[in-house]
Design a protein around this ligand. Structure first.
Ligand code: GLY
Ligand code: MN
Ligand code: MN
Length: 410
């Protein structure tokens, strides 16, 4: 993303806020980030935990950086805080220390107020001038309210403004999502190669997928699912050292994260390379649901809206499964928004708009038959319809069997 994009996003955000300072501050809580790192990245182009950013109502923005001891840089390298030059290129009007010296490895929720003193002091000044602070409510907020009790009276939620902006993807963002889909499609081919091996195993299939991601400069959008036989009926099955049986189906639900943007693609493969009659019968119903929902997806429809079921993609899927007496076996939602988060920000009860990117992922899960089937693709909502970003990966029975046969000969 070009540097000016982040400053432009901050400018658009403050236009939507009224008399509020927008505050973003992702921190570390024992190995996992807390606060919305992806939203911070969206508005700043930065991912380092411990930074904070305030966007003022006049559109200027301040970057707060932790005052680490110099030894800290010897441990982690100087990339733990952006240089002044980087901050200037990203359009920050000022860069200041967050507070007093931070002696620990990272800024955490449990640090004393002194670590945050400059930011807390600025917030107090702004409250005295009648400004409020807008942020996404998260555990850091609770901690801030302990550090600065007057905060409570001045906080407003800006979740819906952030969702409004993050949901509408630009062409550059759709380009990154498309590249993430292309890499994920290649990883699926690597998965098939591994599944068709003499003694396939869930872990080696996962390794094949993740090797391919790394080779193509991508990270994991979410923990990979490789689930064979009855495991395929467990939605978030963690691949284990489990031999894949030759007549089973395998659900491969994986996603590359490219330039921060996530793909999320599921396919279901027959280990023998050919679907049995029963597997084919169920697979084709799932595929028909995906096709019907993709046909219906356009601005004005909803991902899930019980108030208006005829406009709800989820309800359209359920109705088709019901015609086949399979509605009890479709146990999750039809899809979700996709972007910097794999389950991206956005309300399901707001209608789809141009620029949304969503998944469409029907499935049936029948433990008593050892059968789980999911077909999941990623769609860009455009005027009057939806464009599939993951179309390069075959999904019909014939095309999947043909691809398996081709890969077997390699
Ligand atoms: N892979 C996570 C999901 O499909 O939502
Ligand atoms: Mn999904
Ligand atoms: Mn998925």
């Amino acid at each position: 993303m070009e540097n000016h994009v982040y400053a432009e996003r901050r400018r658009v955000l403050v236009e939507r806020l009224q008399h509020s300072v927008a505050l973003f501050a992702p921190v570390d809580v024992g190995n996992s980030p807390c606060g919305d790192v992806n939203t911070f990245f969206y508005f700043t182009g930065l991912r380092q935990l411990g930074l904070a950013c305030c966007i003022m109502p006049d559109g200027t923005s301040i970057l707060y950086v932790p005052r680490y001891r110099s030894e800290r840089l010897r441990w982690e390298g100087d990339s733990i805080i952006p240089s002044l030059e980087v901050a200037q290129k990203l359009g920050f009007d000022s860069v200041v220390f967050l507070g007093e010296e931070c002696t620990r490895f990272s800024v955490s929720l449990f640090d004393p107020a002194a670590i945050w003193s400059n930011l807390l002091g600025d917030l107090k000044d702004w409250f005295e001038k009648g400004l409020s602070v807008g942020w996404c409510k998260h555990p850091l907020g609770l901690r801030f309210e302990l550090l600065l009790p007057e905060l409570h009276a001045h906080v407003v939620s800006i979740d819906s403004e952030i969702a409004h902006l993050r949901r509408r993807k630009t062409k550059v963002e759709v380009g990154h999502l498309t590249r993430a889909c292309d890499i994920t499609a290649l990883a699926h081919e690597a998965a098939i190669y591994s599944i068709l091996d003499k003694s396939p195993n869930e872990l080696t299939v996962r390794a094949a997928v993740e090797y391919l991601f790394t080779e193509h400069g991508a990270a994991l959008a979410f923990p990979s699912v490789v689930a064979s036989g009855v495991n395929a009926t467990v939605l978030h099955h963690k691949p284990a050292n489990i031999a894949i049986e030759k007549n089973d189906l395998v659900v491969v639900d994986v996603g590359a994260k490219f330039e921060g943007y996530c793909a999320d693609i599921s396919r279901t493969y027959p280990v023998s390379g050919k679907f049995s009659d029963r597997q084919r019968y169920l697979y084709e119903i799932v595929l028909s649901v995906q096709e019907a929902v993709a046909e219906a997806a356009c601005p004005g429809m909803f991902l899930r809206n019980p108030e208006e079921p005829e406009k709800s993609l989820h309800h359209i899927a359920c109705a088709i499964f019901k015609e086949h007496n399979l509605d009890a076996y479709f146990i999750h939602g039809i899809g979700h928004y996709l972007g910097l988060d794999v389950h991206d920000i956005g309300s399901y009860s707001e209608p789809l708009v141009e620029g949304d990117v969503i998944t469409i992922e029907p499935g049936v899960y029948i433990p008593e038959e050892n059968i789980g089937i999911r077909i999941e693709d990623d769609f860009w909502i455009v005027s009057g319809g939806a464009v599939c970003l993951s179309d390069s990966l075959p999904r019909s029975v014939e095309d999947v069997e043909r691809l398996c046969a081709e890969i077997k000969t390699i």
